[in-house]
Each structure stands twice: as structure tokens, then as C-alpha cells.
Ligand binder design. Structure first.
Ligand code: NAP
Length: 246
């Protein structure tokens, strides 16, 4: 009988991704996590939960070899065990906040590669390798409200998230079951980075400071629970662009 839930998750070392990984550890779960650093306690948590977790220390700013490795890894699995197979493209970086002309070329390229090139290459590898599988296949792209509403000082970040949204619409037209989901505003390193940014060239700075001061941020655990509930919805993929808050 097919009982195993396979999940491939990027950016599981901290923040939202770490909470997604922790909450995915149920008996029968098989998790593959991809980030530069490992989640420090995931192996022990998986063992305690009766789940399988594997972590690859990879840099998604160089996504092509990672996608090739993922495709080969998936091709080597016996799909008869899997009731479901899910790819969660969660990893992203927020470059230094400020106008585009002040950006550093290498940082700009890494942002685009981790946030958009990697999700598309990993999605292609996932869809190709699992094409003949009978498992319920889903792709969840973690987007942002900033993919839909532009913010000064964040050109590259807005571009990766808008790109994920529109790519998901196009993938859905090709038959993929995919959602690009805004996860809410979460108390992670990314929010620290925004609050620590230079307010010059960043008119929204005070709003992010207030979100923290007023207790408006979700904890990673709260956000992960909402994201995973969305992922489990029977109508997942009916709308390829969505917000966990609506
Ligand atoms: N926090 C928010 O308020 C918020 C709001 C809307 C959307 N989001 C989205 O939610 C997702 C998670 O964000 P977060 O707030 O949890 O961010 P975070 O705390 O900064 O964590 C980012 C994750 O991405 C991984 N990552 C970054 N660069 C990588 C690279 N080159 N290669 C591999 N992995 C890399 C990091 O792992 P390593 O450093 O170990 O590589 C880390 O696990 C992102 O897509 C973000 O855009 C967040």
C-alpha cells in the first residue's frame, strides 16, 4: 500500500522552512531538505517522530547541479511506496534594501538565482522525474505579498516573487498542480534584515519596525501550520496564485 509522503523542501535550516520541516515529520514522512546549512536538530526530531529526513548542504545560487542531483535521486526511488510527492520551493534571500542602481551585481544575481532560477530548475527536475508516478504530486512556491504589491528598495525581491507567481500560472496551464502562496509576515531573519536596513531609500522601514513592536508578526510555527494546512487542501492548485491569509 502507498503510505509514504515524500516532501522536498528548500531552505529548511531556519525560519519558515525549519518550521515546515519540523511540522512535516510524521510517521511515514520522507523529507529531503536543501539549504547551505543543515537544520541542527532535524535528524533527532525525525527519529523521534518515526519519519525519514535527509539533508543536502547545497548552494541554490548554483542551482543546475542541485536540480540534476535531485532528478537522479528521484529517478532512483521506488515510487510504488509514495502516496504523495511534494516540492516546496521556500528558500529565498533578500538583498540589501535600496534602489536598484545601488545594488551589488553579485548579490543581485544570487537573489535572482536562489529565488527564481532554482525553483524553476527544481520544479522541472521534480516534474520530469515523477512524470510516470501515480502519487499525488504538488508544487508549493513560497511567494510574498511583495510579488503583487511593489515596494521601494526591493526591486530584485519583488521581481523573484512576481516571477514565481506568473511562472506558477504558466505551469498550471501546462497541467502542473502548483500554487504560489504568500505566507503572511513572519518573525524570521528576513524581518530582522528589513528592520536593520538603512531607512534612507526605504520608505516602508517604519512599518516593518512597527510590525515587530506591535506583535503583528506570525511565529514561524504559526505560519508553517497555515502553509501546511493550505498545502493539504483538496482544492490545492485550483488557483495557482494565493495568499494564506485569504
Ligand atoms: N519572513 C517574512 O515575513 C516573509 C514574508 C513573505 C514571504 N516570505 C518568504 O518565505 C520564505 C522563507 O523566508 P524566511 O523568512 O524563513 O527566510 P530566512 O529566515 O531568511 O530563511 C531563508 C532560508 O533560505 C535558505 N537559503 C538562503 N540562501 C540560500 C542558498 N543560496 N542556497 C540554499 N538555501 C538558501 C536559508 O538557508 P541557508 O542560509 O542555510 O542556506 C534559510 O533556510 C522565503 O521565500 C521568503 O521570501 C517571508
Amino acid at each position: 500500500m502507498k503510505t509514504t509522503q515524500l516532501c522536498i523542501l528548500t531552505g529548511a535550516s531556519r525560519g519558515l522552512g525549519a518550521a515546515l520541516a519540523e511540522q512535516s515529520l510524521r510517521p511515514g514522512a520522507r523529507l529531503l531538505c536543501l539549504s547551505r546549512r543543515e537544520h541542527p536538530t532535524l535528524a533527532a526530531l525525525a527519529a523521534a517522530a518515526g519519519a525519514q529526513a535527509e539533508q543536502w548542504a547545497v548552494d541554490l545560487a548554483e542551482p543546475a547541479p542541485v536540480a540534476a542531483r535531485l532528478e537522479a535521486w528521484l529517478a532512483g526511488l521506488d515510487d510504488s511506496a509514495f502516496a504523495s510527492a511534494t516540492l516546496i520551493n521556500n528558500a529565498a534571500t533578500l538583498p540589501r534594501v535600496g534602489p536598484l542602481e545601488d545594488s551589488e551585481a553579485g548579490e543581485l544575481a544570487r537573489t535572482l538565482r536562489v529565488g527564481l532560477e532554482a525553483p524553476l530548475l527544481l520544479s522541472a527536475a521534480f516534474l520530469r522525474a515523477t512524470r510516470a508516478w501515480s502519487a499525488d504530486r504538488r508544487i508549493l512556491n513560497i511567494s510574498s505579498g511583495l510579488g503583487r504589491r511593489a515596494m521601494a528598495g526591493s526591486t530584485a525581491y519583488c521581481a523573484i516573487k512576481a516571477g514565481l507567481d506568473h511562472a506558477s500560472r504558466a505551469m498550471a496551464l501546462d497541467g502542473a498542480r502548483v500554487v504560489s502562496l504568500a505566507p503572511g509576515v513572519i518573525d524570521t531573519d528576513m524581518q530582522v534584515h528589513l528592520r536593520d536596513s538603512d531607512p534612507r531609500g526605504f520608505p516602508d522601514h517604519a512599518r516593518f519596525v512597527a510590525l515587530k513592536a506591535d506583535g503583528q508578526l506570525d511565529t514561524p510555527a504559526q505560519a508553517a501550520a497555515r502553509v501546511l494546512a493550505f498545502l493539504a487542501r483538496p482544492d490545492f492548485g485550483r488557483e495557482p496564485v494565493a495568499d494564506v491569509r485569504t
